[in-house]
Design a protein. Sequence first.
Length: 118
Amino acid sequence: MALVIRLRKQGRTNRQFFRLVAIDSRTSRDGKYVEKLGWYDPKAETGKNLVVDAEKVKHWLDLGAQLSERAESLLAKAAPEVLKILKAKQKKKSEKKRLQRKSKKKPEKKKLQAAKTK
C-alpha cells in the first residue's frame, strides 16, 4: 500500500473546500482516507483559509508517504519547517545512493586494470 498526502474535495457546487488527507494512492479522489491532516478553503479570507497539523504530516512522511504537488505547495505555506526536514532527508538519501554507486564503480576499475597487467 503506497500512501499519498493529497487533497480530498468536499463542499457543495460552487463552494468547494478541500481536506488534506493521508490516503492510499489507489483510492479515488473522494474515497475513504486513513487520516485527516488539515483543510484548505480557497474561497475564505487569506490567512484563515489553510490549517495543517504539521506533526501528523511529519509522522506520515516519516512512514514513507509521498506528497502530491498541490499538497506540497500548501505545506510550504503552512508548515515550511516540515518541508525543509523532508528535503534534507531526501538530499541525504540521494547523496548516500550516489556514494554507494561511486564506491561500486571503483572496485570494477581496479579489477579491469589488474586483468590488463597480467
